[in-house]
Design a protein around this ligand. Structure first.
Ligand SMILES: [Zn+2]
Ligand SMILES: [Zn+2]
Ligand SMILES: [Zn+2]
Ligand SMILES: [Zn+2]
Length: 485
């Protein structure tokens, strides 16, 4: 591990062991908002192509372009490339992978999910490094994977069985003498709590990767840094001033949720209890209030805006502002209706038909408006879904209205510098500009740039595109302004 420590020292970082938390990454100089603290190429990664996904992604850069332009490996038929550059960069690993995959039986090829492929690649890459075909470095070697936590004693019996089955499958594909099946199972458990979902600039998932140094960074629900991806490279950027000696922290989950929901998510997937400044407020009055706003019910009085807590007799929920009580049965009735509609929304007929999805989600929205506090997170998520479908259908005017509806929620639940509000301002700005409201578009795009230049940097094609749009909108706005005079 000394190697890693000196590798980190060059980046003004240090590996440390903190009580309760284990391995942690500390800054050894001040970092400022927008600065890249650390970046890492994946030890292994895989695009989330499945046998059923119509759109395939390039194995190298994860881009998705017209399938006719993407070239498929002629031997195994399973790897796709956007061009010769990506094919060349992946060749050393894929040559070995291709040998394994192309000799597979048809029925086994069907079982090649992204996580199985990721595990195969882990072993193939380790072999290539052992054989010195791929060089090892301080930041890129299998020891780093070995050092990751597996939480084997904390996982359920069910998960253990599943990992054992998957390990057997990997073993039967590789057919290497002396391979340790128990170790493969343990590595699946490592994937579950360490592998990262790789997202594009707009935070849409595109694949999965293992970044053993980035994995050292611990979680906080009030993080000082953000993890973003450029292609398959992971970059951690400061979103706040991080003084020398401070721990670098990112968030593993959706931070807008209530404390109980966040803690549950962290416990279930990452098997630890968060003790960040937000989580340590659990049970305190302002935390109870925040949870009641995010997940609780609305006051019967339209003008009130108070939040509701369960009455001591358990028969209803009382507004903490005006004292009015909402009956448990009435709440139960609306909740059941919403549940039934949500089931309809997840049926294939709705997931494939945006118009149908919109009509169901609008009915859910109406019921949720009756049921929940006006700043409810459930309502926000429903409106996000309606917005997504409206964008797909190119119903721009209504999409803009929904985008604007979500902004006050975003402003309330996310810190000032966070990718999600930045992206929402971007969507808003694009729609305003398209619909001819250039002045508003300039305002929204400026807000988007102010946030995203910190979280995303300014060098990616995505950001260059945004900066160019803002420039064009500004020019158009000043032209409109001068022609009015
Ligand atoms: Zn590519
Ligand atoms: Zn191949
Ligand atoms: Zn927390
Ligand atoms: Zn009230």
């Amino acid at each position: 591990m000394e190697d890693l420590q000196s590798g980190l020292q060059n980046r003004k970082l240090s590996l440390s062991t903190l009580p309760e938390k284990g391995r942690s990454l500390l800054a050894t100089r001040d970092f400022y908002p927008g600065e890249v603290i650390i970046s890492q190429e994946p030890y292994v990664c895989v695009p989330n192509n499945s046998s059923v996904s119509p759109q395939k992604r390039c194995d190298g850069c994860f881009t998705t372009i017209n399938n006719n332009v993407l070239s498929r490996c002629s031997r195994c038929q399973l790897a796709f490339y956007c061009g010769t550059a990506c094919q060349r960069s992946e060749w050393k690993l894929h040559r070995l992978e291709c040998e394994v995959l192309s000799s597979l039986h048809k029925y086994k090829r069907k079982s090649l999910t992204p996580s199985i492929r990721l595990m195969l690649r882990l072993y193939l890459r380790r072999k290539l490094q052992n054989d010195k075909i791929i060089p090892s470095t301080a930041m890129d070697n299998y020891n780093l994977v070995e050092a990751l936590v597996a939480h084997m004693s904390d996982i359920t019996e069910e998960q253990l069985v599943l990992y054992a089955q998957m390990a057997n499958l990997v073993n039967s594909i590789l057919e290497w003498p002396g391979i340790n099946i128990k170790e493969i199972a343990e590595n699946f458990s490592k994937f579950a709590c360490n592998a990262h979902t790789i997202c594009d600039s707009e935070l849409r998932p595109v694949g999965t990767g293992l970044y053993p140094v980035i994995s050292i960074i611990n979680h906080s629900c009030l993080p000082n840094s953000v993890l973003v991806f450029e292609g398959s490279s992971a970059l951690v950027r400061a979103v706040q001033h991080i003084p020398s000696g401070t721990e670098v922290l990112i968030s593993y989950i959706e931070t807008a949720e209530s404390t109980m929901t966040r803690q549950k998510a962290l416990k279930e997937q990452y098997l630890f209890t968060c003790t960040c400044p937000r989580c340590s407020k659990v049970g305190q009055y302002d935390d109870i209030q925040e949870s009641a706003i995010l997940e609780g019910y609305k006051c019967k009085s339209e003008k009130c805006g108070g939040f509701l807590l369960r009455t001591t007799d358990g028969k209803g929920f009382q507004c903490q502002g005006c004292g009015l009580i909402r009956d448990k049965e009435e709440i139960k009735r609306i909740t059941t209706e919403i549940k039934l509609l949500s089931e309809d929304a997840s049926k294939p007929s709705a997931t494939c038909n945006y118009q149908e999805a919109i009509s169901i989600y609008k009915r859910i929205e109406k019921l949720q408006t009756e049921l929940f506090h006006p700043l409810s997170i459930n309502l926000m998520h429903t409106r996000e879904k309606i917005l997504k479908s409206l964008m797909e259908l190119e119903h721009w005017t209504e999409a803009l209205a929904y985008c604007k509806l979500t902004i006050p929620f975003y402003q309330r639940v996310y810190p000032a510098v966070h990718p999600l509000p930045g992206l929402q301002y971007y969507t808003c700005g694009k729609l305003e500009w398209y619909l001819g409201d250039t002045e508003e578009a300039v305002k929204s795009l400026t807000k988007a740039v102010d946030i995203l230049r910190i979280t995303h940097g300014t060098n990616t094609p995505f950001m260059k595109d945004l900066l160019m749009k803002l420039e064009e909108a500004r020019t158009e706005a000043s032209y409109k302004f001068s022609s009015k005079e």
